[in-house]
Write a protein that binds this ligand. Structure first.
Ligand code: ATP
Ligand code: MG
Length: 250
């Protein structure tokens, strides 16, 4: 369906359409459509804007990605359908690997997502019928299977729209985790080293912009930016922003 740009909810409706098209193309899992609904509900409660707190988190995340030894970006169906080009741009900008990693795993969908990323400019994509494999200890879903040379070897992993148990397990495996999740109360948001509470459709372009700006900074400047960031404190701020926005309605 074509949506008029004059519709007051254009951006939100257009995002839904992208997911539906992604579903029809075999990129998005049906469960992904439901997960997006949970995200949308939170976005509504924040006024569908990128807050100061999420901007601060994006800056810290950019610094962590730029100073990482081996950063990897984990891609699921919703991420591939919504921001394929920006994710490839981000990977180039911070020299990160891209890895397909699905909760509802199928080799056909893995291949479809990898070729979508390649059509958007990606080089190698990890995680298609991963071999050699590495199993993240303590994860119950298929998401425990990762590429040994991708997420398996990464020191920093960017996990948009993650499930909480894998975020926790990645931390236990000694990796630093950057999450993008609109729910500041999710286990993912709580477990991550840095959580960007924002819609992925705004957060990833923001990350690309910030990494471009910070690229030339020295290692010590980058580490200082990461060290200054306190995820727990930032999540408390995010909750306050949300309550403040809701109070404006009453
Ligand atoms: P957890 O296991 O971490 O507590 P969950 O069970 O609440 O997470 P899942 O269903 O595993 O969540 O994954 C969906 C998550 O992704 C939700 O937290 C939702 O808020 C978030 N989400 C969905 N769509 C978007 C989006 N477009 N941008 C950012 N976050 C999103
Ligand atoms: Mg979950």
């Amino acid at each position: 369906m074509r949506i008029s740009p004059n519709h007051p909810r254009f951006r939100s409706l257009e995002t839904r359409e992208r997911l539906v098209r992604g579903f029809q193309a075999g990129i998005v899992a049906p469960q992904g459509l439901i997960a997006h609904g949970r995200g949308e509900a939170f976005d509504y409660l924040f006024g569908e804007i990128t807050s100061k707190s999420s901007r601060a988190a994006a800056k810290a995340a950019a610094a962590l990605l730029l100073s990482a030894r081996n950063p990897v970006i984990s891609i699921n169906g919703n991420t591939a359908a919504l921001v394929p080009r920006d994710m490839v741009r981000l990977a180039h900008s911070v020299h990160a690997g891209l890895e397909v990693n699905l909760f509802h795993r199928s080799v056909v969908r893995e291949r479809g997502i990898a070729s979508l990323l390649k059509r958007n400019g990606a080089g190698h994509v990890f995680g298609v019928n991963a071999s050699p494999r590495f199993r993240i200890p303590g994860v119950a879903s298929a998401r425990r299977i990762v590429d040994a040379r991708g997420i398996g070897a990464a020191d920093v992993v960017l996990v948009p729209l993650e499930d909480g148990d894998r975020a926790e397990a990645l931390r236990r495996a000694g990796k630093m985790v950057i999450a993008i999740d609109l729910n500041p109360m999710s286990r993912t948001a709580r477990a991550a080293t840095i959580t960007i509470v924002d819609n992925i459709i705004r957060a990833v372009p923001e990350l690309v912009r910030v990494t471009m700006k910070m690229k030339s900074l020295s290692r010590s400047r980058l580490s200082a930016t990461v060290a200054r960031f306190d995820n727990e404190r930032n999540l408390r701020k995010v909750m306050k922003d949300m309550i403040h926005y809701m109070q404006g309605w009453s």
